[in-house]
Design a protein around this ligand. Structure first.
Ligand code: ZN
Length: 302
């Protein structure tokens, strides 16, 4: 190995170590095939989707509970995995929630709800209309009113008293989707089909069952710095030169004297983020994520 090669290897290692989170967050390839949603296109009023829930390899529940924050970024609703609940780390969104609750003001208490971590489920399924896509992940919210997707599936389970995920004798589920009074797609009902094998083709079945990916392989966990920008109402973007996330708005403004002040608005206990990065004009990696459609219990005022 030449010195040049060794140097390149070390530089690469250093960059890898210092931006492992960034890689996870921004360089991740999002393949839409990996996601199942109950989204409807603008023209669609209703839809029926047929799925098969896959069993876990150890017989535990296929509905993995995770906590996430629903936040609007650049006008779009996005879900962010909660660092506190899922990683046992500091989470800027939870910190904002706690700080607002701590002021004792009713208006802050109301605002705090916006930052609350919400329980969600992630389940691996086969989309019968798109079997060629292979195993997909479906994420949906827990509904404390007991009218959500999980409640509807629970209704099926108690009705048939059978393991719907059994590869030989399990059941497909039919999901009826329609628009509510606000024109948003909601899951209206979930019913079960007759028992059927996961696949008639043993090879295909084995392939689906051996999929070892977890939710973390398809939903990124954003680092603290990234979420901190979200809390402040910014749009995080990866600054290659500074090797960290910065607010998109800061990159278009070289005269950024006002920036610190602007970005320090927000919750009192979050650390300052923007320093030298604000001065660079390096093109940035666009952080994209699959569109996060809202289901019935999102952004309701309670
Ligand atoms: Zn959190």
């Amino acid at each position: 190995m030449s010195n040049q090669d060794a140097l390149a290897a070390m530089l690469k290692q250093y960059e890898g170590n210092s931006s492992s989170y960034a890689k996870n967050s921004s360089a991740k390839e999002y393949d839409l095939k990996n996601y199942f949603t109950t989204y409807l296109s603008e023209k669609q009023k209703t839809a029926t989707k047929r799925i098969r829930v896959l069993p876990t390899s150890d017989g535990t529940t296929p509905f993995r509970e995770i906590h996430g924050h629903k936040m609007q970024v650049d006008g779009e609703w996005k879900t962010f995995v909660c660092l506190k609940h899922e990683k046992g780390e500091d989470c800027p969104l939870c910190e904002a929630h706690e700080a607002l609750r701590a002021t004792g003001k009713d208006s802050d208490k109301e605002l705090a709800k916006k930052y609350n971590a919400k329980k969600m489920y992630v389940v691996k399924i086969i989309d019968r209309d798109n079997e060629a896509d292979g195993v997909k992940f479906w994420r949906f919210n827990h509904d404390y009113r007991k009218q959500g997707i999980y409640d509807k599936i629970y209704g099926v389970l108690t009705a048939i008293k059978q393991n719907i995920t059994d590869p030989k004798t399990g059941r497909d589920l039919m999901i009826m989707i329609a628009r509510d009074q606000n024109n948003r797609p909601v899951v209206q009902s979930i019913s079960h089909m007759d028992p059927s094998p996961l696949s008639e083709d043993a090879e295909v079945s084995a392939e689906w069952l051996s999929d070892s990916r977890t939710w973390e392989d398809v939903y990124s966990v954003k680092p603290y710095d990234y979420l901190e920008i979200i809390v402040k109402g910014g749009t995080p973007t990866w600054d290659k030169e500074a090797k960290k996330f910065v607010d998109k708005a800061s990159l278009t403004d070289k005269e950024s004297d006002d920036l610190d002040e602007e970005l320090s608005l927000g919750t009192p206990n979050v650390k300052p983020t923007v320093t030298a990065a604000a001065k660079t004009t390096t093109p940035v990696v666009k952080v994209t994520e699959p569109e996060d459609e809202e289901d019935e219990n999102d952004d309701l005022p309670f």
